[in-house]
Design a protein around this ligand. Structure first.
Ligand code: ATP
Ligand code: MG
Length: 203
């Protein structure tokens, strides 16, 4: 298996899972930085179905989150968007995402990109051992979130420092609700889409 992993013939696909409610420049910079450092051929953004970890708040309709992700990534030939988690229905489990992506992408190594905050919760996910056999995990650090080693398996996880971007979807939603601008925190097309669909206004 190690020999196969380092074969130059294998495609290297980054996987950026997220709620993307909304997608913002933190996500995009993280994907771009990891793609460069890990020589990825492509990064696929995978908006979640109904996220089980966020049942404490209303999540925007999947189609809105999907379209914002498409708008934000459309110009980058290295970026694409997958509907697999949305179309599967129900809560999203990362094992399902990675299994489906393997089935759709033979001869491809997967690199799952996740914020260090989310990586810290990784052991609360289901089937953790299987997860690490399905993909290499890359934790990106951002301001205010420090990775506390939760006993992650050695060699299965890399950490990458992304240029400091104190942007979160939570803050973007709060800004829209308060009437504050989100220009330059999210791509221009996403600002306009949020306005057109009147997202986040009542929060
Ligand atoms: P929320 O505030 O609603 O939790 P979020 O900004 O964390 O949203 P998600 O869609 O939950 O966005 O994040 C998708 C992935 O991107 C997660 O792995 C998350 O850790 C990571 N991420 C989020 N914001 C940043 C950022 N500014 N820089 C790097 N990675 C980020
Ligand atoms: Mg988050």
């Amino acid at each position: 298996p190690d020999r196969a992993r380092i074969s130059t013939a294998k495609r290297r696909l980054g996987v950026m899972g997220g709620t993307f409610d909304p997608i913002h420049h933190g996500h995009l910079v993280a994907a771009s930085e990891v793609a460069a450092q890990f020589h990825l051929d492509e990064v696929v953004f995978v908006p979640t179905g109904q996220p089980w970890q966020k049942t404490d708040r209303r999540v925007s309709p999947a189609e809105d989150r999907y379209l914002m992700t498409v708008i934000a990534t459309a110009e980058n030939p290295q970026f694409s968007v997958s509907r697999i988690d949305i179309d599967r229905g129900g809560p999203t489990y990362t094992t399902d995402t990675l299994r489906d992506l393997h089935a759709l992408n033979p001869d491809t190594d997967l690199f799952f990109i996740t914020g260090a905050d989310a990586l810290g919760q990784i052991l609360t996910w289901r089937y953790t051992e299987e997860l690490f056999s399905l993909a290499h995990f890359i934790g990106v650090t951002r301001p205010g979130h420090h990775l506390i080693d939760p006993g992650l398996p050695e060699g299965g996880v890399s950490l990458v420092e992304v240029p400091a971007l104190a942007i979160s979807s939570t803050d973007c939603r709060a800004r829209v609700a308060a009437g504050d601008p989100v220009w330059y925190l999210v791509p221009d097309g996403v600002v306009r889409y949020i306005d057109k669909r009147e997202l986040y206004r009542g929060e």
